[in-house]
Design a binder for this molecule. Structure first.
Ligand code: NAD
Ligand code: LMR
Length: 329
């Protein structure tokens, strides 16, 4: 194989998303056909047998790009030498749980995992947080990893992005590939602001092809609530589409975004883009080049987009206040 192997750690590896994710990574979906991967699967003790079963299936597939698979129930060991960490396992919201309870429970997962990444991962580690609440979990992990640059902790907003592309494509009768420059501002939650202001469809401005009523009454609520819709229809949270989002976000980070387009990336805000204050993980328009994300600056912000950004800033700052009050940040 032309390149040296890379190490990928996946938490929650025996779960639903993990099952869709692992086989595609093993086959080269992120790093390509010339880069072998070593997979390190992190699970909790009750799920270790399920993780072993998944590892057996990975072995049975005899992927040419898969070298080693190891299973751990210990974060320090699981993140040893990791180049890419996909943090999927999280504490789901249970009946009667307040938002603060959920964030505190996840602090007990993403704090220690952030510290383990800090202490054991490779110097070039990249982190994609999928487990919900993804933006704030990414922030929690970043706070626990003072030696890892904050911008390496990203939240997975790619599924929201592709949901928006798909809805617009269906509405205007276009192919997904004809739609460029979509953006989802803010949080991976129902507060998010899906925005077609800069989008083009086969080179034409998308705003000229749809009316405001569709955007307000159908498109934005549909995209923002799609996760809940999938749960209702499927009886379980999105899994294969979430895995596709995590792969696309990771692949673009490693290999670069397409020329002439941008995507949505949940990035640690450094306070210099679109008035979003420093210290929250926020969905921005972004491009990846040479292994780094950059926010696309200079887009004109309408009053409606500004209101969408402001709403998400307020929601994420509220979550940030919760983690500060819990002493997690
Ligand atoms: P799942 O319940 O099927 O699997 C989660 C797995 O995580 C389980 O196997 C569990 O044992 C494991 N786990 C729990 N705590 C862990 C820990 N401390 N360390 C390691 N593993 C741990 O759930 P799923 O369907 O795979 O979804 C995982 C997460 O992804 C959920 O939080 C879900 O809400 C979120 N999600 C996010 C997006 C997004 O767009 N960001 C989309 C879909 C789902
Ligand atoms: C999704 O957007 O599909 C998920 O975040 C929904 C969920 O709550 O797991």
């Amino acid at each position: 194989m032309a390149n040296a192997p890379v190490t990928v750690t996946i938490t929650g590896a025996a779960g639903n998303i993990g099952y869709s994710l692992l086989f595609r990574i093993a086959e080269g979906a992120i790093f390509g056909p010339d880069t072998p991967v070593n997979l390190r699967l992190l699970e909790i003790p009750p799920a270790m047998n399920a993780a072993k079963g998944v590892a057996m299936e990975l072995a049975d597939s005899a992927f040419e790009t898969l070298y080693d698979v190891d299973i751990f129930d210990n974060a320090d060991a699981a993140f040893e030498g990791t180049n890419l960490a996909l943090l999927v396992g999280a504490m789901p919201r249970k009946k009667g749980m307040e938002r603060a309870d959920l964030i505190e429970a996840n602090g007990g997962i993403f704090g220690p995992q952030g510290k383990a990444i800090n202490d054991h991962a490779a110097d070039d580690v990249k982190i994609v947080v999928v487990g919900n609440p993804a933006n704030t979990n990414a922030l929690i992990a970043a706070h626990a990893a003072p030696d890892v640059p904050n911008e390496r902790f990203t939240a997975m907003m790619r599924l929201d992005h592709t949901r928006a592309i798909s809805q617009l494509a269906e509405k205007v009768g276009a192919r997904n590939e004809e739609i460029k420059k979509m953006v989802i501002w803010g949080n991976h939650s129902a507060d998010q602001y899906p925005d077609i202001s800069y989008a083009t469809v086969a080179g034409k401005p998308a705003v000229d092809l749809v009316d405001d009523a569709w955007l307000t009454d159908e498109f934005r609520p549909r995209v923002a609530n799609r996760g809940a819709e999938i749960i209702e229809v499927r009886g379980a949270s999105s899994a294969a589409s979430a895995a596709s989002g995590a792969i696309a976000q990771s692949r673009d980070w490693v290999r670069g975004t397409a020329e002439g387009d941008f995507t949505t990336i949940g990035l640690y805000s450094d306070g210099t883009h679109y008035g979003v204050p420093e210290g929250i993980v926020f969905g921005f328009p972004g491009v990846a080049k040479d292994g780094k994300w950059e926010v696309v600056d200079g887009l004109e912000i309408s009053a409606a987009t500004q209101a969408g950004i402001d709403k998400n800033v307020a929601a994420l700052q509220e979550e940030y206040e919760i983690i500060k009050s819990l002493g997690i940040a």
